[in-house]
Design a protein. Structure first.
Length: 297
């Protein structure tokens, strides 16, 4: 079976943009033309590929097709780049990573490679417990994830441990924890939470104090730099990765509330067994850099 290139591009455009209208603008077509191409692809395969919601999302069959189409696109682009020489357009690779990886070691690890290899990355950022699902859904060709098990056709490389410490500013510590980091004080002190998917703080407070979500006040700040700034400003306390935390603790800007109880998150790099040469080289570079930056044991 062969797919019509225009039909495949229409499906990808709808998924990436979230709507037929935006896909039409991106492809310089009418929305009805985009819809017709997607329906022709669905007719060819005999299965619905999209849930026509807002935003549009892929069905299970659509996710399987997206996995194939994204891999085929990158393989084709990589081949043409090598075939045509340096004048060829840059290769774009969709990746899914967690926010703390992005804000610490990822870009320093890959920047030289991306420049020298003429590679563009399209990053989707999600919690480390959810990035793997984005790869399963066909949104990414590789991901940094806390999931240790590779899905069929893929491999998972252990990267190392990102250690989190529960930190507060000296001012916040004096205000809420002058008598110690204790259960009753925790019930009153605002905790910083990245977003609704962030379970690090909730798991820690459940394990250490038997407190469930709702038993303490929460700030939600879904961006890495503002999240850390909020802790530094004394708005709340929360988990900070060791790559950021260690220097701040050493300078006295933040206090480790539970130095004997760090939270370790083991990270893995997932990619397809069959991948483009540039993605294969990117994977090698990323794994090597991660194993240097993260804790190993």
């Amino acid at each position: 079976m062969q797919f019509d290139h225009k039909h495949a591009e229409a499906l990808l455009a709808v998924i990436d943009s979230g709507s037929f209208e935006q896909a039409a603008l991106d492809l310089h077509l009418t929305a009805s033309a985009v819809s017709q191409r997607v329906r022709q692809l669905e007719t060819q395969l005999g299965k619905p590929l999209l849930v026509r919601s807002r935003p549009c999302r892929a069905t299970l069959a659509g996710q399987q097709l997206l996995q194939y189409l994204r891999r085929a696109r990158v393989l084709e682009q990589d081949f043409l780049t090598g075939f045509n020489g340096e004048a060829a357009a840059p290769l774009t690779i969709p990746l899914a990573v967690n926010a703390d990886t992005l804000s610490t070691w990822l870009l320093p690890a890959l920047s030289d490679f991306l420049i020298s290899e003429n590679v563009l990355i399209s990053l989707t950022v999600d919690d480390q417990d959810h990035t793997h699902a984005l790869m399963q859904q066909g949104q990414a060709l590789a991901c940094v994830s806390a999931e240790p098990h590779a899905m069929q056709g893929c491999v998972a490389h252990e990267l190392g441990i990102l250690r989190y410490r529960m930190l507060a500013s000296p001012q916040f510590y004096s205000r809420y924890f002058a008598d110690g980091f204790k259960r009753e004080a925790v019930r009153l002190a605002p905790v910083m939470v990245f977003n609704r998917k962030d379970a690090l703080q909730a798991s820690f407070l459940q394990q250490q104090f038997g407190l469930r979500i709702g038993a303490y006040p929460e700030h939600h700040v879904p961006a890495s730099e503002p999240y850390l700034q909020s802790i530094l400003l004394g708005l709340g306390y929360g988990m900070v990765p060791h790559l950021q935390a260690d220097a701040l603790i050493a300078r006295g800007e933040l206090i480790d509330l539970a130095p004997q109880h760090p939270t370790d998150v083991r990270l893995y790099w997932h990619h397809w067994k069959v991948q483009s040469p540039k993605l294969e080289r990117l994977s090698r570079r990323l794994v090597e850099a991660a194993r240097s930056a993260l804790l190993q044991y």
